[in-house]
Write a protein that binds this ligand. Sequence first.
Ligand SMILES: [Zn+2]
Length: 190
Amino acid sequence: MGSKCLTATVSQGAWPALVLNADFRPLSYYPLSVWSWQDAIKAVFLDRVNIVEYYERQVSSANFQMRLPSVVSLKTFIRPSRQPAFTRFNVFLRDRFTCQYCDAREDLTFDHVIPRSRGGQTTWENVVAACSPCNLRKGGMMPVDAHMLPRQRPFQPTVFDLHQNGRHFPPNYLHDSWVDYLYWDTELDP
Ligand SMILES: [Zn+2]
């Protein structure tokens, strides 16, 4: 569902480790906190993390042999950032992968509500998901002139906002061992 739109952050077979904070929640959801297996192992040796879950995959060298960690948790709690990063994925996620002018779900691009040529900024408050045809139709016009107003006024979402939408559009790579730590609160929902 919508997965072809997602920006791939992790490719399968790369053995990424999900990084949890010391409270066992992901360090960050948007983007999801993952490290390469090399960084994860380095953090293990630096004693910065505990290994929570493993992959089957092993690595070995002359001195050691170990299974690659699939989930690690920080030993020291880091205060999580309250604001999601301004990324293409997160803008799409806020807008539920839906054109904000016609509700299309295909061929999505980004539209500056106030065109850049009219001084519009590339910010949460001025960028929306739009399908190519709508984007072309609107061109460099102001919303009122084009008679095209976004379905919802673009806004800076909270992690909670994205979390609500995120359940419908999970990242395109989720190892089985991650799921318990990502959706631990799902059952609490009505
Ligand atoms: Zn459209």
